[in-house]
Design a protein around this ligand. Structure first.
Ligand SMILES: *[C@@H]1O[C@H](CO)[C@@H](O)[C@H](O)[C@H]1NC(C)=O
Ligand SMILES: *[C@@H]1O[C@H](CO)[C@@H](O)[C@H](O)[C@H]1NC(C)=O
Ligand SMILES: *[C@@H]1O[C@H](CO)[C@@H](O)[C@H](O)[C@H]1NC(C)=O
Ligand SMILES: *[C@@H]1O[C@H](CO)[C@@H](O)[C@H](O)[C@H]1NC(C)=O
Length: 395
């Protein structure tokens, strides 16, 4: 007998009581308090090994109506590469302190089986109004690729820094449009030879079934074209979803391991060839008429659309301002992990993009709040126990 029937067969007062408990208790327990990045020394993620990161950035594309507009596709190769940013959003330091818009092309022959000239254009990266029914955001970021007469126009955004070493990278995104393209989120470190490349990839092939995802610690093949099966996993979207639906895609790159999540479900883990050295972060939408991407039909297009992007990371680049903050760095006596006193989380937050304080062992500040917050896992544990309790009442 299913739980639904059991609920229905309960005497009325008891089911009311359960509803009352379920409705009120989680609200009554205060989770870890919302804070801001200036108060956080480090961030703990909810993986199995209590991994910590020192930096956090959140890029929110959900309420940018003032920048929204779909630019006409540029049909000329040179003008495509030289195109200006599509709105002031991409000129603002919030964006440009972290990202730049790719404008390279594939004429260097990096992919031998390419049959089409591909040109990345800043014109294919734009803020778009969300016109779906019951939209879950006003706007989103779009990366567009389209097959034109002379070439394939494509989109790429890259981090300016190539000094990320370990990260937890998340995006709420979907892929829509025609077959014959790839949309991707990955870390990248170039190399002189194929074997020197280090890269942890999420790739969606729009030719595939709409629930198939590809995860790879590149290279996935040798110079002779021999496939390296340990480097790659084909996975499927969890919960019956297609990649055309909004979902949170997440990559945790930790020492010796890449772990991929969709909506908090682990869908792939690869130890083999996990990136070892500093890398940058790339998102793109592209096609080159090769075997991997397939061919796009003339004037067909595909899109990677992103509501928000969030990254926790460590960097080998010194960030002077952060080193000098005494609130963030303790005296070495901190009981917490990550070598910091003020430990935050972006997983346990009620507001995407805004961290919560798990605990803070910093010395008291003159302006008050010296309250020592104990392990953030305590309130969470209580909430889970309550959830279990509610379920137990039902069986
Ligand atoms: C490709 O990029 C190279 C180097 O920037 C440039 O010289 C060349 O003209 C570009 N080719 C095309 C087809 O855009
Ligand atoms: C993984 O997917 C690719 C592309 O769809 C396919 O060519 C390959 O055979 C698949 N590999 C496995 C092991 O299923
Ligand atoms: C794409 O089309 C070209 C001809 O325009 C052809 O040579 C190539 O084999 C096609 N690629 C695939 C993957 O079908
Ligand atoms: C990130 O840096 C902090 C501080 O140095 C360190 O404690 C933590 O282990 C690092 N995280 C990873 C995944 O290496």
């Amino acid at each position: 007998m299913g739980p639904t029937r059991r609920i229905l067969s309960l005497p009325m007062p008891l089911s009311s009581l359960i509803l009352l408990i379920s409705a009120t208790v989680p609200l009554a327990i205060a989770g870890p308090a919302l804070t801001d990045d200036s108060q956080c020394g480090c961030y703990r993620i909810n993986d199995d090994s209590s991994t910590y990161f020192t930096h956090h950035r959140f890029f929110d594309f959900r309420s940018l109506s003032q920048y929204a507009g779909v630019p006409a596709v540029i049909q000329d190769v040179e003008a495509s590469a030289d195109a200006a940013p599509t709105s002031d959003y991409f000129r603002d330091s919030e964006w440009s302190s972290f990202w730049y818009l790719g404008s390279w092309n594939n004429s260097n022959g990096a992919r031998e089986d390419a049959t089409v000239t591909m040109v990345n254009s800043p014109n294919n990266v734009y803020i778009e109004a969300n016109t779906e029914d019951n939209p879950s955001s006003q706007t989103y970021l779009t990366l567009r690729t389209q097959r034109l007469k002379e070439f394939q126009t494509a989109a790429e955004i890259e981090s300016s820094s190539s000094k990320f070493k370990y990260l937890s990278l998340r995006m709420r995104a979907r892929t829509v449009g025609a077959g014959g393209a790839i949309t991707a989120l990955f870390t990248y470190r170039g190399g002189e030879t194929l074997a020197d490349v280090q890269e942890a990839d999420l790739e969606i092939r729009t030719d595939d079934a709409r629930n198939v995802l590809h995860y790879t610690n590149q290279p996935a093949y040798t110079d002779d074209g021999v496939v390296i099966p340990e480097a790659t996993r084909n996975a499927t979207m969890p919960n019956g979803l297609d990649w055309t639906a909004w979902a949170v895609h997440r990559l945790d790159w930790t020492p010796g391991l890449t772990t991929w999540y969709v909506d908090d479900v682990i869908v792939a883990q690869i130890e083999f060839q996990a990136p070892r050295d500093e890398s940058n972060i790339i998102l793109n939408a592209w096609s080159d008429g090769g075997r991997w991407t397939g061919n796009m039909t003339l004037y067909d297009a595909a899109y990677l659309q992103v509501q928000w992007l969030e990254v926790l990371y460590n960097s080998t680049e010194a960030v002077a301002t952060e080193q000098s903050s005494c609130k963030k760095r303790g005296d070495g006596n901190s009981g917490g992990g990550g070598g910091c006193d003020a430990v935050c989380s972006i997983d346990e937050t009620s507001e995407v993009g805004t961290p919560v304080m798990l605990w803070n062992n910093s010395p008291p500040q003159t302006n008050g709040n010296s309250r020592r917050v104990e392990m953030g896992s305590v309130p969470t544990g209580v909430v889970s126990a309550m959830a279990l309790f509610s379920i137990a009442l039902l069986v």
